[in-house]
Design a protein around this ligand. Sequence first.
Ligand SMILES: NC(=O)c1ccc[n+]([C@@H]2O[C@H](COP(=O)([O-])OP(=O)(O)OC[C@H]3O[C@@H](n4cnc5c(N)ncnc54)[C@H](O)[C@@H]3O)[C@@H](O)[C@H]2O)c1
Length: 357
Amino acid sequence: MHSLHLNSEPVGMAVVGAGYWGPNLARNIALNPATALRWVCDLDVGRAERLAAPYAGVRCTAVVEAVLDDPLVEAVAIATPAATHADLAIACLRAGKHVLVEKPLAASVADAQRMIEVADREGRIIMCDHTYCYSPAVRAIAGLVQEGELGDVLFIDSVRINLGLVQPDVDVLWDLAPHDLSILDFVLPTELRVDSVAAQGADPLRTGRSCIGYLTLALAGGTIAHLHVNWLSPTKVRTMIVGGSRRTLIWDDLNPAQRVSIYDRGVDWIDHGDLDQHRRSQVAYRLGDMVAPALRDDEPLARVVGELAAAARGELEPVTSARSGLRVLQVLEAASESLRRGGIAVAVQPLGMASLP
Ligand SMILES: NC(=O)c1ccc[n+]([C@@H]2O[C@H](COP(=O)([O-])OP(=O)(O)OC[C@H]3O[C@@H](n4cnc5c(N)ncnc54)[C@H](O)[C@@H]3O)[C@@H](O)[C@H]2O)c1
């Protein structure tokens, strides 16, 4: 049954998955005047009921079909493990609902392509919850990079490490690297155009999957990026360095007073082709001030939910669309192949995107 579309009404929504992340989605959906939380669904219905308890009039179920049969539900937020995303999203899309799917969009590129085909056919939206792309810090970084304030991006170095739960269905690359990859996709003028990826992983506690991961990406235009993700670090670190030919930016997400610092420093390579070999080339360093832009302290997920509501009303295309989710999955699949093949660089083939939304 297709959902009721009343433009003046808030977008009726359900949350499927009431574990760690589902409550954050439910709270933002309940608080946003553009959305109304109508259902919480979890295989463990007691968990759904505990989550729904503070919100008036929210119904609970263990079976997603109850949600799909309700014409007042126009969009479903899916916060279940990655391996379940494709089947749940396809069921929602076939029932005429828009979907907001947690990262990673799916457990494989093939699954994501199936989801996109169904969304196309049904004329419904898939938005991927790449939450960081809605944070004031990442918005500021995107503006600086795209307006050329940093010059050409030469390198990116990211560290995302903490004590994390070992996930039942994904390794640390599939759990944490989607954050960094989606940020690169959003921030870089070339999107996430990756020529190749090399991955190393380690499982020193023998959990059965990599708990420590390193990714090296060769990006379009000669930029190199290195991502370190780790569930076994007792110290939490969330930093990203974006080194440009004009300026260098350091984002420390754990420093709310100064999340982003821009150093007016850069390097120039001067080639005096007419001099002898020893004196011909030299690196010139420029050393200037540091500035820290003032950033708002908005909750990114509130903006995700607002954008989903606007997209459901046909007012805009979500920035973190199924396309961006798919680009992230392409890199993750290549990274997994690299892990299996001992860390060699694996080429990332661009998909034919013409038919994708
Ligand atoms: N955007 C972010 O910053 C962010 C942060 C954390 C987690 N996540 C993502 O959210 C998703 C969920 O992660 P989590 O840590 O909350 O997991 P979790 O294991 O804590 O919770 C998942 C819940 O889904 C329920 N579930 C599983 N299959 C179901 C089904 N078919 N129907 C209904 N309920 C079902 C489980 O019973 C469980 O309660 C993952 O994709 C994860 O990557 C995103």
